[in-house]
Each structure stands twice: as structure tokens, then as C-alpha cells.
Design a protein around this ligand. Structure first.
Ligand SMILES: Nc1nc2c(ncn2[C@@H]2O[C@H](COP(=O)(O)OP(=O)(O)O)[C@@H](O)[C@H]2O)c(=O)[nH]1
Ligand SMILES: [Mg+2]
Length: 276
């Protein structure tokens, strides 16, 4: 896996960036310095896990973020829909660069793209999705050079087969908490029960009926906690007390798998609401 330093070295060969974020946290899953790192290259924002994201907020965020990116594309990487369209759009985005080469008398060559993003947002899934069947050719067969390779995914587009991992930097408590809720930081970075209790509060304020619908009236009107959920689900410790640790696991699993509903936990700014 290329280190961040190696990614920065490789950037000079890269014409186009696919920046991946988790659509459920379009801002909290962004690296704070991407504009500085990649600013002058065309950047496509891939909002992965569209299938888990609240469609209304997603539309607002896609509008808002299209001010910063060359293109914003929400995708469900569990299905192949939209692959060819995305590749065509990527090729079109670098047409100016190709035309400039031709004008200078240089041979046209495939444009080169790489996938970057924070841990667990969907980078490997995106690479597999774009490469599709051709993935088999990059396997670890003897004689094949190890290390990152360019894979031709279109006559005019090559993709680096290894993602650039943007390191988790100093994050605010609020951001870390949202990332923990969605399993975007390692377990060792947070407390399960604390994160589950924070999820309850966050869901109540963003989606007031969601928990009541899933777990019943103990969660109506902003009420409910892990003790209540443990009782509802008959999770008891050996001393017959509510097992809040197990309840936390149930809640976080339900939240992450989309069983509570489709969510986006970053709120669009008041001034940036788009209609419809
Ligand atoms: N439901 C859903 N899950 C996804 C999607 N994209 C990625 N995932 C899941 O998210 C997790 C992290 O994905 P991965 O590609 O390994 O992330 P990476 O660490 O950025 O390479 C995996 O469990 C994937 O199956 C998507 O579009 N929809
Ligand atoms: Mg990966």
C-alpha cells in the first residue's frame, strides 16, 4: 500500500483524481487538505454507499459540492450501474489536456487516474468497480511486477490499481464520533457504548422518528438509551442486568447496515439549501 509520501510522489504522473467519500458523511469523511494536495487537477468526487444515504440530503450535498469538484457522482458500488458513464465522463474531463498534447505534436496517450480517500470510505470497492473483469490481470503471479500498476480501463483511461490512503488527521470530537458510528475509524479509536449513545442522540436530532420505528415507543420523542434497547431485545448480563454493551453492538450494526433507514449525518449549511 503506497504511503502518503509515495502517493504525493506519484501524483506528478496523475492527470485525474477520483476522491472517494462516504455519502453518509460527505464532509466528515473528507480529508481537510485535499484541495491543497490535488487542487490543480480535475477531481471527481465519488460519493460511495449511495444505497445507504438519505436521498434528499444527498441531492443537496451533491449540488453544494459540485461547486468545488469537476464532477460529483453518487454511486452504489454493490451494483455495476453507471460504470461506463463515469468512465466516459472522466475521459471527457481531460479532453483539454489531450487536445493540448495533440496541438504540441505529442502522441495522444491514455490519461492516468488514481483513487484517493480516507480509510473505509470505499476506495478498493471503487477500483474493483471501475476495473471490473480486468482485475484478474493484476494478480500476484510470479513474474508480474509487484507494486502499484496502471490498468487500462478504457482506450483512453488508465487507473492506478492501488488507492491513495489519506491519513486520518487531527479530527474534532464531533467528526470522530460520526466516523466511529459508521465504522470509518478503527475500533481502538473509540468506545462502543459511548459511540452508540451518541448515535441515539444524533439520530434523534437528524431523523426524529427513525429509532421509534425500529425499536418501538421507548424511543419516541427523543427518549431511549442503551439500557432501554437492552431490555427490549432481552440482552441481559449473567447478573440479569441490561447488557448495554450488547445493545450497543445491535444498534451500531443496524445503523451501519442501513436497517434503521438511509441517513446522512452531516447537515447542509442553512445558507446552502437547494430546493427539490
Ligand atoms: N452498501 C455499500 N457498501 C459499500 C459501498 N462501497 C463500499 N462499501 C463497503 O464499505 C466497506 C469499506 O469499503 P472498502 O472499499 O474496503 O474501503 P477502503 O478502505 O476505502 O478501500 C466494505 O465493507 C464495502 O463492502 C457501497 O456503495 N454500498
Ligand atoms: Mg481498501
Amino acid at each position: 500500500m503506497p504511503s502518503f509520501k509515495k502517493l504525493q510522489d506519484q501524483l506528478k504522473w496523475v492527470d485525474l483524481i477520483f476522491e472517494v467519500r462516504d455519502a453518509r458523511v460527505p464532509i466528515s469523511s473528507a480529508h481537510p487538505q485535499t484541495t491543497k494536495i490535488f487542487g490543480n487537477k480535475p477531481r471527481i468526487l465519488v460519493m460511495a454507499k449511495e444505497d445507504l444515504a438519505d436521498p434528499v440530503r444527498l441531492k443537496n450535498w451533491a449540488n453544494e459540492l459540485s461547486k468545488t469538484f469537476s464532477l460529483v457522482v453518487p454511486v452504489d458500488l454493490k451494483t455495476m450501474g453507471g460504470r461506463n458513464k463515469l468512465i466516459d465522463q472522466a475521459v471527457r474531463l481531460t479532453k483539454d489536456k489531450q487536445d493540448a498534447r495533440i496541438k504540441k505534436g505529442l502522441l495522444p496517450r491514455p490519461i492516468r487516474a488514481c483513487v484517493v480517500g480516507m480509510p473505509n470510505v470505499g476506495k478498493s470497492s471503487l477500483i474493483n468497480w471501475i476495473i471490473g473483469k480486468k482485475k484478474a490481470h493484476t494478480g500476484n503471479k510470479p513474474g508480474i511486477t509487484k507494486g502499484p500498476q496502471w490498468v487500462r480501463v478504457h482506450p483512453q483511461l488508465e487507473l492506478l490499481d492501488t488507492p491513495g490512503i489519506l491519513p486520518i488527521t487531527a479530527l474534532s470530537k464531533d467528526v470522530t464520533s460520526k466516523l466511529a458510528m459508521l465504522n470509518l475509524v478503527p475500533d481502538s479509536h473509540y468506545d462502543i457504548e459511548e459511540t452508540a449513545e451518541e448515535s441515539i442522540q444524533t439520530l434523534h436530532s437528524n431523523y426524529p422518528n427513525m429509532l421509534e420505528k425500529a425499536y418501538g415507543e421507548a424511543f419516541a420523542n427523543g427518549a431511549g438509551n442503551l439500557t432501554a434497547l437492552a431490555t427490549i431485545r432481552s440482552c441481559l448480563t449473567s447478573g440479569s442486568r441490561p447488557d448495554t454493551y450488547r445493545a450497543a453492538g445491535i444498534l451500531l450494526n443496524d445503523l451501519r447496515a442501513g436497517r434503521l433507514g438511509r441517513i446522512i449525518l452531516d447537515c447542509p449549511l442553512a445558507g446552502s439549501k437547494h430546493h427539490g
